[in-house]
Design a protein around this ligand. Structure first.
Ligand code: DC
Length: 221
């Protein structure tokens, strides 16, 4: 029997659809690696905050990011040798990451990095533009979504009592609009993506559906 082909699986979708956890579990089941591309935008944003770079000017942001050496090791993110993983979800990062990730220059740097990492195959990548820009030739593309209200509730239970439901609702709406309408790498399903609505599915069911689909695709090689 020949060696099994290692494919690329792209999982895109809006914030709160559960992409990252699902991508991680799918990767483990297939013996693949997982690349959470959102964490790369978050890492770059924290790097700018830490170095006190004014966010308003794209040129200042890009000049600083050119000094950044980003490495992904076992789902942890290191910038210039320092582990940034614990700081990816801080309030300050949440506040600035939509803007930072909307800049063409920033996306150019990170998209190239993502392409380089996934070059060999055997990767599950999750993000907003994986099927359209990062890996347009991915053998399996999933657009994972859920109704806005379900995404709000999931986020609420994840954060427990720290924020109120109304705040989460407004924040999610803001992020959806921003991600969909920005000019650089907008959130958009690829023409050949499979739509998966997880509103009424458990996480386990979503993972099983994607793994089954992946095995079908792998079986075709
Ligand atoms: O998925 P997330 O919430 O961790 O993403 C953080 C931010 O990065 C969010 O504003 C969307 C952006 N992002 C992006 O623009 N492109 C990607 N491939 C992944 C995330």
């Amino acid at each position: 029997m020949g060696k099994e082909k290692k494919i690329i699986i792209a999982i895109d979708g809006p914030a709160g659809a559960g992409k990252s956890t699902v991508a991680d579990k799918v990767a483990k089941k297939l013996g693949y690696s997982h690349l959470d591309t959102g964490s790369m935008y978050r890492g770059a944003t924290f790097f700018l905050i830490k170095n006190k770079v004014p966010m308003e000017k794209e040129e200042d942001v890009l000049t600083e990011l050119r000094k950044m050496k980003m490495e992904m090791r076992e789902n942890k993110i290191f910038i210039n040798g320092e582990n940034f993983t614990p700081f990816l979800r801080t309030e300050e990062v949440e506040k600035h990451v939509s803007w930072v990730s909307s800049l063409f220059g920033v996306r150019k740097i990170l998209v190239q990095k993502q392409k380089d990492i996934a070059r060999e195959g055997g990767f599950v990548l999750d993000g907003r533009d994986i099927g359209t820009q990062v890996c347009p030739n991915a053998e399996l593309k999933i657009f994972l979504s859920a109704s806005p209200e379900i995404r709000v509730k999931r986020r609420f239970f994840q954060l427990k009592e720290e924020v109120d439901l109304d705040f989460i609702r407004k924040d999610l709406k803001r992020r959806d609009e921003y991600d969909k309408n920005r000019k650089a790498g907008p959130l958009k399903p690829a023409d050949d993506a499979i739509f998966l609505d997880s509103s009424h599915l458990t996480q386990k069911e979503v993972v099983e559906k994607i793994v089954r689909k992946a095995r079908e695709v792998i079986g075709d090689y």
